[in-house]
Design a binder for this molecule. Sequence first.
Ligand code: 5RP
Length: 255
Amino acid sequence: ESSPMEASIQASAPPTILTQDELKKIAAYKAVEFVESGMVLGLGTGSTAKHAVDRIAELLHQGKLTNIVGVPTSKKTQEQAISLGIPLSDLNEHPVLDLAIDGADEVDPYLNLVKGRGGSLLREKMVESACKKFIVIVDQTKLVKSLGGTGDAVPVEVVPFCWKFTETRLQRLFEEKFEVGCVAKLRVCGKNGEPFVTDNMNYIVDLFFEKDIGDLEAASDEILRLAGVVEHGMFLNMATTVIVAGEYGITMKTK
Ligand code: 5RP
């Protein structure tokens, strides 16, 4: 796999102390510069993507962008876009999108991603796989050497039916076929620890690895072959550009 090209903007600017949210906003605003009037846009989910959606709405209201149609990747983003007056559609009406802008939980040097810690991985993957261009927006804390290698969750959306069976099979898969220690845990929420329910009425099993997964394509294929799995949060070879905002400015990595 070839390494992505990298370009730095404002790289010589002196470091400024910015909050993580300010960095997310900088990355989001930079990505929106690539939006053109008339585009059909995938609208991402999460605290970084939220800034991009706000900015698109602002430019629409200022008349600097016209004729935009958004395809949201979650109910939350759908609500945000409706409240801001962004015209919306879906993949049935628009099976090919011009551009999607979304955040990520992890980005590796080849622009592979982990997504879904916010729980929207299935709709995100459907929408973003339908886009001609997919710009990922992150602050520098999201850059990793290898996906899953930091020990943080790699989410898998599963059907609620006998989720424990699927959870066990996911954990065993990595121990037996990949010789990587893995703890699979149902995602819970609320005071009583009820299962977290996705927009598609499914559950999420988070996978925590003791070291690098290794062959990501093989891992992806094997996860998807398990009955009960709907989708996983590894987005391999999907991002076309990653915009990283850090203390020294913006870096753009392009495939
Ligand atoms: C939601 C996602 C988000 O893009 C990801 O979790 C990043 O979120 P944030 O921008 O809040 O850090 O995949 O399912």
